[in-house]
Design a protein around this ligand. Structure first.
Ligand code: TYM
Length: 349
């Protein structure tokens, strides 16, 4: 049976397929790590046929500097390896190296409606910010490309942070709609999220997500980067905005700053009960000190390994080249099948 047939669930026994990605619009953050990357390393690459992608095309949806995107793409790939993705176990690659993503994105644009795209929260937020500079059409159609990223691989599971859940939901809708119209080409995927820290908040503005882009806007004091030096991490955590009231309680609505610190601490310790941790602390200061040390220790091996790998760009290039080859082989049959299903004449080569 073809690879596609197996992935569509026609035979049992195949490992689940996992796909996820990270966008090189800034330096990777603690949010990216706790919300997504850590699980890719600890769970997904061992249990599934997993692909992890630096989604560079998505970085072009907003104003960007070409040299910076190139630099950040390499850095993101290097960081994924430094965090522990093992090219022997999973496929690590760069989106623009595999044409199938854009080939399929067009079919997704022909499946989605304008209204659906406009309803995406991330579009609304980013479009509001970009208004003066002019919103790019690709910012609106971004979720169609993201759906293509996922569906090209017959993905079962998409491990992401909470902010991407809406995009994965849309991807499910598009897969089902396409299959209904043209026949069963796509697997309908589902999002998986970590039990805690699925939405790490900005340390200076705990009602907003900790995001790569915040640095450019607000100087980045509330954003911890994976490559921050220990002293920088400590300073950012110790200056985190906490809430009125001095006692440590877990309440995401009324005390978002403290709840965020408790989430981060629980995630660093591999625990799932941030509310339970609150009882261990009598003051914000003690909590912050523990959070700072936990984050420093969590990131230490990633930073050290990144320094080693960054000194050997040839190795990273080799991994990405091999990864792109494997990704292409996996994606092409399904994207070809989708082209045929919608009525396009096969090229016959
Ligand atoms: P991106 O690059 O913004 O984020 C990469 C991953 O990190 C998660 N994440 C967070 N998790 C918890 N707290 C936070 N503060 C936080 N910030 C980010 C994101 O949820 C994501 O899992 N559109 C995607 C990239 C993408 C993609 C895909 C993902 C493109 N195609 C296909 C999965 C499958 C994005 O912008 O992620």
């Amino acid at each position: 049976m073809s690879e596609m047939g197996e992935r569509a669930g026609m035979t049992g026994g195949a490992a689940a397929r996992v796909f996820s990605g990270v966008k090189p619009t800034g330096h990777l953050t603690l949010g990216n790590y706790l919300g997504a990357v850590r699980r890719w390393v600890a769970v997904d690459q061992h249990q599934a046929d997993a692909l992890f992608c630096v989604v560079d095309l998505h970085a072009l949806t907003v104003d960007h500097d070409p040299a910076r995107v190139r630099r950040l793409s390499r850095q993101a790939a290097t960081l994924l390896l430094a965090a522990g993705l093992d090219p022997e176990l999973c496929t690590v690659f760069v989106q623009s190296h595999v044409d199938e993503h854009t080939r399929l994105a067009y079919l997704m644009e022909c499946t989605a409606s304008v209204g659906e795209m406009r309803r995406m929260v991330q579009f609304k937020e980013k479009a509001a910010r970009e208004e003066t500079a002019g919103v790019r059409l690709s910012l609106l159609t971004y979720p169609a490309l993201m759906a293509a990223d996922i569906l090209a691989y017959g993905t079962d599971e998409v491990p992401v942070g909470e902010d991407q859940a809406q995009h994965v939901e849309l991807t499910r809708d598009l897969a089902m709609r396409f299959n209904r119209r043209y026949g069963p080409v796509f697997v309908v995927p589902r999002a998986t999220q970590p039990p805690v820290a699925a939405r790490v908040m900005d340390l200076q503005d705990p009602r907003s997500k900790m995001g790569k882009g915040t640095v450019v806007r607000d100087g980045g004091a509330g954003v911890i980067h994976l490559l921050d030096e220990p002293d920088v991490v400590r300073r950012k955590v110790m200056r985190a905005v906490t809430d009125a009231g001095a006692d440590v309680v877990y309440d995401r609505e009324a005390r978002p700053g403290v709840a965020n610190l408790l989430d981060v601490l629980a995630a660093c310790r591999g625990e799932v009960d941030p509310a339970g941790l609150a009882a261990e602390y009598g003051s914000y200061g003690a909590l912050k000190r523990d959070v700072a040390e936990a984050v420093v220790e969590l990131l230490r091996p990633v930073r050290e390994r990144h320094a080693e790998l960054a000194a050997d760009p040839g190795y990273v290039d080799k991994v990405l080249r091999a990864g792109a080859g494997r990704a292409r082989d996996r994606a092409r049959p399904r994207v070809d099948a989708a082209y045929e299903a919608v009525g396009l004449l096969p090229a016959g080569v």
